[in-house]
Ligand binder design. Structure first.
Ligand code: PLP
Length: 384
C-alpha cells in the first residue's frame, strides 16, 4: 500500500499522507445529466446547480464534465463560486442564484456572470456599472412562497418593466423557487400558479423574457408543469434521490464514495468503554478498529453508535462517539480485518451499499448536508 496520489487536471500530482478520501465518478455525473435530459425532453434547458463546491463533489471538475456534456447553464450560490469557475476556464453561462451586494456587481460585469436581481437598489447599481463596462445579463427572482430572497410576486411587474426597459442590461430570465416541492402539493401548486399569473401579465405587457424557470430536483423529476423552459436540478445530478419513491421514475448513479482505511485494531475484552463519554461498552470479547476520519472531515457526531461502514464486504457498526479525527467500529464478527484494509463509509463494497441518503436519515438530516459537509481535509480523487 502506498500513499494516496491524487492527479489534478493539469497533471500535477499531490501526495496525501493520509488514507481518507472521496472518490468522485465524473462518468456518473455525466450519466445522471443524460438521465435528466432524457426525462425532461428536448426543448427544455438544463441549469445544473454546482453551488457549495458542487455539493462537495468539486465545482471545477464537475462543471468541466457538465460543460463537455452540453449543459446549458450552471447555477451557483455566490459570486465567488462563479468567479472561480470563470478563472478555471468555464465558458458556459453562470447564474448566481442568490441576491448579492452592490460591491459584487463590477466583477460580474467583467467576467460575464449572470446575476439575480430582486430589488431596485441592486438594479440601480447594475445600471451604473453597465454604463461603464459591458452589458450584464440578469434574471429576476420572484418570491412566490419561499420567503427568502426575491421580490414578492404581487409587486414584481413594475421591476420587470423597469429592467426590460433598461438598455444597459439584458433581461434574460425570470424564476422562482419552491419551498415544499414533493412535500406539499397544494402549496407547490399555489406557487406555480402565482408564477404563471405573473408570467402572463408580463406577456400582456409585450415583454419577452427568454428563460423562465422554477424546478429544483424534485420538481424536475415529478412536477412537469414547473419545467417551463429551464429546469434547475442539483441533487439528482450527483445521483442522490430527494424522495424514496424516485428510483421508480428515474435511474441515477451516486457519484461520490467516501473511503478510508483501518489504521489501528485491537482485541477488546467485555466491559471496556469506547470513546468520549463512554456511550458504548463492549458486552463480549471483540475487535475494535479505529478509522482516521471524524467530524472534522464531515462524518458527523450524530452518526455515533448508529452508522455502519463496509469492511471486507461486510457491515460494521460505529461504536462510541465519533471524535474530531477518528471513529471506532466493531469488527469482531468479520474475519481477517487488518491494518490498511479499505473501508467504505459512503458507497459500495462487494454486495453491500451505503448511500448518503441512509446516513442522512440516521443523522436526522438530508443527503444535501451529508455531501456538502465533507470537508476540505478530505482529498477528492476523480475517476474519469
Ligand atoms: C440549490 C438550489 C437548487 C437545486 O436544488 P436541488 O434540490 O438540489 O435540485 C435550485 N434552485 C435554487 C434557487 C437553489 O438554491
Amino acid at each position: 500500500m502506498s500513499n494516496l496520489e491524487v492527479k489534478t487536471r493539469n497533471g500535477v500530482t499531490h501526495t496525501h499522507h493520509r488514507s481518507t478520501w472521496a472518490e468522485i465518478d465524473l462518468k456518473a455525473i455525466e450519466y445522471n445529466y443524460r438521465q435528466v435530459r432524457k426525462h425532461v425532453g428536448k426543448g427544455i434547458n438544463i441549469m445544473a446547480v454546482v453551488k457549495a463546491n458542487a455539493y462537495g463533489h468539486g465545482t471545477v471538475e464537475v462543471s468541466n464534465a457538465l460543460e463537455r456534456s452540453g449543459v446549458d447553464y450552471l447555477g451557483v450560490a455566490t459570486t465567488d463560486e462563479a468567479v472561480r469557475l470563470r478563472d478555471h476556464g468555464i465558458k458556459c453561462p453562470i447564474l448566481v442564484l442568490s441576491s448579492v451586494l452592490p460591491v459584487e456587481v463590477g466583477v460580474a460585469v467583467e467576467k460575464d456572470i449572470t446575476l439575480s436581481i430582486c430589488d431596485e437598489e441592486l438594479f440601480d447599481v447594475i445600471r451604473k456599472e453597465s454604463a461603464r463596462g459591458g452589458k450584464l445579463k440578469v434574471h429576476i427572482k420572484i418570491d412566490t412562497g419561499m420567503g427568502r430572497v426575491g421580490i414578492w410576486h404581487e409587486e414584481a411587474l413594475n421591476l420587470v418593466k423597469k429592467v426590460s426597459a433598461e438598455s444597459g442590461m439584458i433581461l434574460e430570465g425570470i424564476y422562482t423557487h419552491f419551498s415544499s416541492a414533493g412535500r406539499d402539493d397544494f402549496f407547490t401548486t399555489y406557487q406555480i400558479e402565482a408564477f404563471e399569473k405573473l408570467l402572463s401579465s408580463i406577456e400582456k405587457n409585450w415583454i419577452k423574457i427568454p428563460l423562465r424557470h422554477a424546478a429544483n430536483s424534485i420538481a424536475t423529476v415529478d412536477f412537469h408543469r414547473a419545467h417551463l423552459n429551464l429546469v434547475r436540478p442539483g441533487l439528482v445530478i450527483y445521483g442522490m434521490y430527494p424522495k424514496h419513491t424516485f428510483p421508480r421514475i428515474i435511474k441515477l448513479k451516486p457519484a461520490l464514495e467516501l473511503k478510508t482505511r483501518v489504521v489501528f485494531i485491537k482485541d477488546t475484552p467485555p466491559g471496556r468503554s469506547i470513546s468520549y463519554g463512554r456511550t458504548f461498552i463492549t458486552h463480549k470479547h471483540t475487535k475494535i478498529a479505529t478509522l482516521p476520519i471524524g467530524y472534522a472531515d464531515g462524518y458527523g457526531r450524530k452518526l455515533s453508535n448508529k452508522a455502519e461502514v463496509l469492511i471486507r464486504g461486510r457491515r460494521a457498526r460505529v461504536v462510541g462517539k465519533i471524535t474530531m479525527d477518528q471513529t471506532m467500529v466493531d469488527v469482531g464478527h468479520i474475519n481477517g480485518v487488518k491494518m490498511g484494509d479499505e473501508v467504505v463509509l459512503i458507497g459500495k463494497q462487494g454486495r453491500e451499499e451505503i448511500r448518503a441518503e441512509n446516513l442522512a436519515r440516521m443523522a436526522e438530516s438530508i443527503a444535501y448536508e451529508v455531501v456538502c459537509g465533507i470537508s476540505n481535509r478530505v482529498p477528492r480523487v476523480y475517476k474519469y
